[in-house]
Design a binder for this molecule. Structure first.
Ligand code: NI
Ligand code: MN
Length: 232
């Protein structure tokens, strides 16, 4: 047995822990051209993490997914308010009001820390997440961000087994920044995300893979396709 991490296209990712807990990150399902599943396919989720309120991350499915699964949503207070207006009960939002950058909470045996990200947002700020699974295996989802030097602090504080990093440029890190960020984060593995979804984004992971192999030959690059998963 092991944990599995599935890429649902763009920034949407699903972690299923060894003990069967399901964590959805940025579940933009309806309207996501790279997403291989439908909203109705999601029948189990314990935790939903949303990095920021842009449409390609928050999407429109969260209220229905919460109703179908009873999941707890971890977001900033400003986004919590927006979700409640969209029909998400405060009972399904962490502590009824949200959390913020630097804080760690534990839900269903999974520890989650909200991290900073350098980007923009409507309500609240852009964020990322460190997810520590039951056995200590650690996944970092950077959200939408450019590179920042304190990724080095995240790399020191957390023993990152897998990083989910945006590489698509225009709105987020380009392949050059994303490859360099591996020297700061020091993950065992990386899945490049947030590319190929739209014509204006970087269309494939080739340049990132090439640069990452040169800069950090010890990091395993898992350039999977939407719908594929890896185990951890
Ligand atoms: Ni964004
Ligand atoms: Mn985005």
């Amino acid at each position: 047995m092991s944990h599995s991490i599935k890429w649902l296209g763009h920034a949407a990712c699903q972690i299923t822990s060894e003990k069967g807990k399901v964590i959805l990150i940025d579940p933009w399902i309806t309207g996501n051209p790279s997403c291989p599943i439908k909203k109705e396919d999601i029948t189990r989720a314990d935790i939903i993490l949303i990095t920021h309120d842009h449409d390609d991350h928050l999407g429109s499915d969260v209220p229905d997914i919460v109703k179908a699964t009873g999941a707890t949503v971890l977001v900033q207070p400003e986004l919590a308010g927006k979700l409640q207006e969209a029909g998400v009960s405060a009972d399904n939002i962490i502590f009824g009001m949200g959390m913020n950058i630097g804080g760690q909470v534990e839900v269903s045996g999974i520890k989650v820390t909200m991290t900073q990200a350098f980007h923009s947002a409507g309500a609240g700020d852009p964020t990322g997440f460190i997810v520590i699974l039951e056995d200590g295996k650690t996944v970092y989802h950077a959200g939408d961000t450019g590179i920042f030097s304190s990724m080095g602090i995240l790399g020191e504080l957390y023993d990152i087994d897998l990083a989910l990093l945006p590489i698509g440029s225009v709105f987020v890190m380009d392949p050059v920044q994303a490859a360099y960020s591996l020297t700061l984060l020091k993950p065992q593995k990386v899945i490049p995300i947030h590319y190929g979804t739209f014509p204006i984004l970087v269309q494939d992971a080739e340049e990132f893979t090439e640069l990452a192999k040169q800069k950090t030959p010890g990091v395993t690059i898992e350039a999977i396709k939407p719908g594929e998963e890896i185990s951890l």
